[in-house]
Structure formats: structure tokens, C-alpha cells
Design a binder for this molecule. Structure first.
Ligand SMILES: [Zn+2]
Length: 137
């Protein structure tokens, strides 16, 4: 049976600095460029969350977008909005790249939504940088 999906857009603003203690200051600058600026910088992140539409919940109702909105607000927006991503415990051991952030957002959402409902998470970091993850490996 055909299965459509629906994508909702969310936003948060956050600061970060791309830096790893595994590299020298010179190599950090070479790898991360101006995103390695010691003072950090901010982005107006846009998160695009795609779910299967019309999913039946266990009590016979349909998964509603209000629930998705509440989940994203609680798990993602309130956690990151106006925060320094480098201070988030999830980034204690990894760099705050768009790749790592989109994986983290997927992990935060997938455990709070009905099984197999989450299809894809997209993350717009800058005008030219878009990251996405659709599960799997
Ligand atoms: Zn950046």
C-alpha cells in the first residue's frame, strides 16, 4: 500500500566551535577553518523531521503531528535552543559537526516516537550546508 510521509520544520539557535583535542591547534584550524574560531559562533539551525503519515498508534488512533511537535520541542528545541553545543554532554567525546548533530537528533527522536515512524531527519546549518540521516548504517 502506498505510504506518504510528512515533514515538519523546526528551528533553534545555538553556538558551537568545531574543535577536537585530538588535533594540534594548527591542524584544528586547517580542518575546521573559521569554524575553529576560539570564541565560537552561532547558527540558526533548521531541523526537518520526516515521519510516515497516518500511522496507527497502539490504541487505534492515528499518530498526530501535535505529538511530533511536542516530542521535538521537548527532546531537541528545548535542549539546544540558545545553548552552546560544545557544553552538551552528548558532545563530550565528539565534535559538534552537522553530521554528529543530525545523528544525535535522530537518536533523541527515534526512542520517543512509535516504532518505525521516523523516516528522516534533516539539518540545515548554513545556506550551503545540509545534513541528513535516515537510519540504518
Ligand atoms: Zn559552525
Amino acid at each position: 500500500m502506498a505510504q506518504a510521509s510528512v515533514t515538519r520544520r523546526y528551528r533553534f539557535c545555538a553556538a558551537h566551535r568545531l574543535h577536537t583535542d585530538h588535533l594540534s591547534p594548527e591542524d584544528n584550524l586547517a580542518v575546521f577553518g573559521k569554524c575553529n574560531n576560539p570564541n565560537g559562533h552561532g547558527h540558526n539551525y533548521v531541523v526537518l523531521v520526516t515521519v510516515k503519515s497516518g500511522v496507527q498508534t497502539s490504541n487505534g488512533g492515528e499518530m498526530d503531528l501535535d505529538r511530533l511537535d511536542r516530542t521535538v520541542a521537548a527532546q531537541v528545541v528545548s535542549r539546544f535552543d540558545h545553548h552552546d553545543l560544545n557544553q552538551d554532554p552528548a558532545f563530550a567525546e565528539c565534535t559538534t559537526t552537522g553530521e554528529n548533530l543530525v545523528l544525535l537528533i535522530w537518536d533523541l527522536l527515534v526512542k520517543c516516537l512509535p516504532s518505525r515512524q521516523l523516516k528522516k531527519v534533516g539539518l540545515i546549518e548554513t545556506r550551503d550546508n545540509y545534513f541528513e540521516y535516515a537510519g540504518g548504517h
